[in-house]
Design a protein around this ligand. Sequence first.
Ligand code: TIU
Length: 234
Amino acid sequence: MTPSTPAHIPASRPLTLAAQPFDFNCDLASTALVIIDMQRDFIEPGGFGETLGNDVSLLSAIVPACRAVLTAWRHAGSLVVHTREAHHGDLSDCPPAKRNRGNPSLRIGDVGPMGRILVAGEPGNQIITELAPRPGEIVIDKPGKGAFYATPLHTLLGQANITHLVFMGVTTEVCVQTSMREANDRGYDSLLLTDCTESYFPRFKAATLEMTHAQGGIVGWTAPSAQLLAALAR
Ligand code: TIU
């Protein structure tokens, strides 16, 4: 975790974009872009995602769309948060239940082709080059699936007066959905960009998008990134 708050908070700039189940309204001064776990562990062969038996090739398709949003968001000067699913080298923050679950080819902490699986600082734990954090952006190492569990994220967002979150990242139904649900319970309005998130299971992604905006936005909003880019360009 880089415990830095943004050097620059933009002036008030209201934004409205077409979304499901209805328009998403926010202000760039109080909205953060949250990029969940776009780290090599999940996107490249040889990492945690593959050790769980997944075909990781699906995930890289979202990288250009994520990059376009990140570029536009940085241009607008709003807050950027990156997360990584990461454990301490001594695994003191990895519950045995998590490490022992299932029958992975390598367990968390074991040495794989990109270093120790899901351990902070290892090559596999780095955010992919295309979306690499810049100075002034918040980087959160999280031991769980949710970005708020056992992290300072809520405190840092509060210090920056953030009330709205725009989510991208992987995987849709695991770390992204968990983080959005955690955000929802903490009072944030959240938007998930549909072409900037992916799952190893396309039907799980589809179901997650649907359940997010169902019931009048029970978890939050969904919209394609083109809607956000168009709103930012207006
Ligand atoms: N396995 C799976 O789909 N995801 C994770 O374990 N972590 C995240 O989603 N980041």
